[in-house]
Design a protein around this ligand. Structure first.
Ligand code: 0CH
Ligand code: SF4
Length: 322
């Protein structure tokens, strides 16, 4: 009898970051779309990707959600329109009300908190500086809490050197929730050097989920040959996880699914770190682990750097059936 020995696969140790993946704001936003579909029936309109993840968006489309970038793409309808987790400018809420659209706001409460901070600073006569990435929908939404031109965007330390303000005595800053903690600390230190009296948030605007996911990947990256970050390219927090991993010494790739794994990097390693952005579902992490299990003999260890037990109530319009 001719017995062919099964080819042995090379060993691969996988360090799985914890926490990873969905945060409380993302769970709430996706639940809001699903509950709205159940309550009102399809279609339900969603302004902007509810969260920045292709898989999530495609799954909700298949259930009857229609994604638009602007309200003028929505016909006159009784169907609800849900605002994404990233938040919207006040002008968007006003336009929806003006058209009589039933708006359901799935903005993460931790983004709304930043909106309120900006408003309070303005009411107290302070000029507001926003540390964030130009053009990102959260930044557009936060700037849009105050009248046009009232918020000054700061993206880098160099921006601070170039700043020209009429009155430097009464300033405050807020930040995007998904920034790199290290970059943001550098920018805030530079702000405080130039404007020693500037007022900041009582509690960091960068949210708990961003903080914990960055801490976990920072811990894992020095111990592995490479890191996979599961997430979509337009996801700010996922991009920051990739940067944090690379700065901690591991080549890192952001992938939306197993088809995007670069086997030039990941085909010949003996250790791998895996994490996922706040908008990336766990099913994609599992799919990627399966892809590695087909090529390697894997051993998985979870590296846990924080416990999370945060949850937010649904938007009020949807609570009754929750
Ligand atoms: O990281 P960003 O803000 O691009 O958004 P995401 O990937 O949809 O993750 C959820 C965060 C939403 C607002 O903080
Ligand atoms: Fe909210 Fe933070 Fe999640 Fe953004 S990343 S949705 S601010 S919990």
């Amino acid at each position: 009898m001719n017995v062919h020995p099964r080819p042995t696969k090379p060993p691969l140790k996988i360090l799985l970051c914890s926490p990873r993946g969905f945060c409380a704001g993302v769970v709430r936003a996706i639940d809001a779309v699903e509950r709205a579909l159940a309550k009102f029936g399809p279609p339900v309109y969603v302004r902007h990707e509810i969260v920045h993840n292709r898989y999530v968006v495609e799954s909700l489309k298949a259930k009857g959600a229609i994604f638009v970038e602007e309200l003028d793409e929505i016909p006159n309808t009784n169907a609800p329109v849900i605002f994404s987790a990233h938040g919207v400018a006040k002008s968007v809420s006003a336009a929806a009300a003006g058209r009589g659209l039933l708006a359901i706001d799935a903005t993460c409460p931790l983004v709304t908190k930043v909106h309120r901070e900006a408003e309070i600073h303005r009411r107290r006569g302070r000029r507001v500086l926003l540390v964030g990435h130009s053009g990102h929908p959260e930044v557009v939404g936060t700037m849009g809490q105050l009248p046009e031109g009232a918020v000054v965007l700061v993206e880098s330390v160099e921006d601070i050197d170039r700043l020209k303000l009429d009155d430097e005595s009464n300033l405050a800053y807020v930040t995007q929730t998904t920034l790199s903690l290290d970059d943001s600390q550098e920018i805030v230190s530079a702000l405080m050097r130039r404007f020693p009296l500037i007022i900041g948030p009582h509690k960091e605007d960068i949210c708990y989920a961003t903080t914990n996911r960055q801490a976990a990947v920072k811990e894992v990256a020095p111990h592995v040959a490479a890191v996979i970050v599961v997430g979509s390219p337009n996801s700010s927090n996922s991009q920051r996880l990739r940067e944090v991993a690379e700065r901690a010494g591991a080549p890192a790739q952001l992938v939306q699914g197993r088809g995007e794994i670069d086997w030039e990097i990941f085909g010949n390693i003996s250790s791998l770190g895996i994490t996922a952005g706040a908008s990336a579902p766990e099913v994609l992490v599992e799919e990627i682990m399966d892809a590695f299990a087909e090529r390697y003999d894997i051993v998985v260890e979870t590296i846990s750097s924080a416990d999370e037990n945060v949850s937010f109530p649904l938007p009020k319009e949807l609570r009754a059936i929750a």
